[in-house]
Design a protein around this ligand. Structure first.
Ligand code: EPZ
Length: 464
């Protein structure tokens, strides 16, 4: 699950509560132009799925370009709890799942990371039994897993859910193998596509996933499984066909660059009127994001095959509707809302993927934005300038949006709720500081008191 369960009755204006231990504050002094080049890390949503996919293999797997994130650490803890051996060296993660014996994932870990539910497919395919807690709801929505469960049932699994635990097993007397099936997904769920694709790699027979998710992270997972010997066709389209094989073998695999981190830095250039370059990237993974930045008034240039450069322009209003890939990504919605908050004119952002992913509106309004929420629409009236303020992040991408707003705002912004940011961004502050941003993380603003007016005198914090 993305975040700890929260009281959904919070009104738009109430400040979300903070976990006790997370008192650290990110202080940003805005309106400093950025410059230079930033290195993009491996994709979080690929790494998490591929770490689950490594459970399919009874031999060593080496993953490269693995980002340094709290969510990756949490997924590592879950794999360890299942009996897997892991070794991390820089951005390399060695996984040895030959002794996968524990079929039960611990609640206290799954409840902190929704993506860990995806292990149910590989564990069930390897052991014939899997017990994984329901991930539950989170800050951005109810996050059901009915499509995962129904797909596994279609492949012959018996599934019972009680006391918050999903118990799945493959028929008693018969073979412990899942059976290939034709599965139609009611919605192109990324996680359900990944769970079922992984489960099908070791099933008997052929599985077809129709209305499958087409995200680049799904393709990356498919390529990883194929590198282990799986037989998968059609990943990246809405129909994926998997022909089961008896077992998979070792692989040394490099994860794709994070398109959402790349998109976040492109918006950082646009919102601070700064020219930036970033690599490595896969430009084709950012088509919708680049098209929207052009519409809003920036130019994004592809340099060499894996480098993008943003040349900012005046920020014009634009409408955005989030959609499954290749549509505009919901994971970039909050960041673009921060950008459009300072545009000339009125914009409408419609969030169609998650039912509760507009909670950053209240925090942006505290910074002087003029945004109203009507259902799943945010109506944004552009203002000339945001102003720094104390704000609280409500989820991962909302925290990125508040950082971007802080970079553009007049004065100082103090952001709490940094546990959200640390889940999904690899040393964001270090990367921004290297681009010239004036920011620092302090343990507790109240205790530390006001920092000197000019943070450039403060020594840069070392990455964790
Ligand atoms: C993945 O979440 C990503 N997370 C999310 O990124 C991303 O926002 C999302 O896909 C959509 O692109 C990871 O890959 C770890 P979904 P996932 O299943 O798989 C409904 C980030 O910020 N649904 O595609 O959980 C669901 O409620 C995170 O990096 C069902 O109804 O998303 C939602 O409305 C946030 N039943 C819609 O589908 C199911 O069984 C899309 O969800 C499953 C999903």
């Amino acid at each position: 699950m993305e975040d700890r369960p929260i009281n959904h009755s919070l009104s738009q204006t109430e400040t979300p509560s903070l976990p006790e231990e997370d008192k650290s504050v990110l202080q940003i002094w805005g309106r400093t132009p950025l410059h230079g080049h930033v290195k993009i890390s491996g994709a979080k949503n690929s790494a998490l799925a591929i770490m689950a996919g490594a459970l399919l293999c009874p031999q060593d797997c080496r993953l490269r370009n693995v980002p340094s994130l709290v969510d990756v650490k949490r997924m590592s803890q879950i794999l360890l709890a299942l009996g897997v051996k892991l070794e991390r060296k820089g951005d390399i993660l060695d996984i040895d799942a030959r002794h996968l014996e524990q079929s039960k994932a611990p609640y206290e870990l799954v409840s902190q990371l929704r993506a860990s539910f995806f292990v149910i497919g590989p564990v069930l395919a390897r052991l014939g039994v899997a017990r994984v807690p329901l991930p539950g709801g989170c800050a951005i929505g109810a996050r059901p897993v009915d499509l995962h469960v129904r797909g596994l049932q279609a492949m012959g699994a018996e599934v019972q859910i009680d006391h918050g635990m999903v118990h799945a097993y493959v028929g008693g007397s018969g073979s412990k193998k899942l059976k290939g099936a034709k599965i139609y997904l009611d919605c192109p769920s990324v996680g359900a596509t990944e769970t079922l694709m992984m489960a099908a790699t070791l099933a008997e027979g052929e599985t077809t996933l129709e209305n499958a998710a087409q995200e680049p992270e799904v393709v990356d997972l498919a390529n990883f499984c194929r590198a282990m010997g799986a037989r998968i066709r059609g990943a990246g389209t809405n129909t994926i066909i998997i022909s089961g094989v008896p077992s998979l073998h070792s692989v040394d695999y490099s994860i794709i660059p994070d398109r959402i981190e790349a998109g976040t830095f492109l918006v950082a250039g646009a919102i601070t009127n700064s020219e930036l370059s970033l690599s490595p990237v896969v430009p084709d993974h950012l088509t919708a994001v680049i098209a929207k930045l052009h519409e809003i008034g920036s130019r994004v240039i592809t340099e060499e095959p894996n480098c993008l450069r943003i040349v900012p322009g005046r920020i014009r209003a634009a409408d955005i509707e989030t959609l499954p890939y290749p549509g505009f990504p919901t994971d970039m919605q909050a960041q673009f809302m921060a950008l459009l908050a300072q545009s000339e004119g009125d914009s409408v952002i419609t969030e169609t993927v998650f039912e509760n992913r507009l909670r950053h509106v209240a925090e942006l309004n505290r910074m002087g934005a003029d945004i109203r929420v009507k259902g799943n629409n945010a109506i944004i009236r552009g203002v000339p300038r945001l102003s720094g303020a104390p704000v609280v992040a409500t989820d991962l991408r909302a925290s990125a949006a508040l950082v971007l707003a802080g970079l553009a705002a007049e004065g100082k912004t103090s952001i709490q709720g940094l546990h959200h940011l640390d889940r999904g961004y690899d040393n964001l502050e270090v990367k921004l500081r290297q681009l010239g941003a004036r920011l620092q993380r302090v343990q507790d603003e109240a205790e530390v008191g006001q920092v000197s007016a000019d943070p450039s005198k403060v020594t840069a914090l070392q990455p964790e």
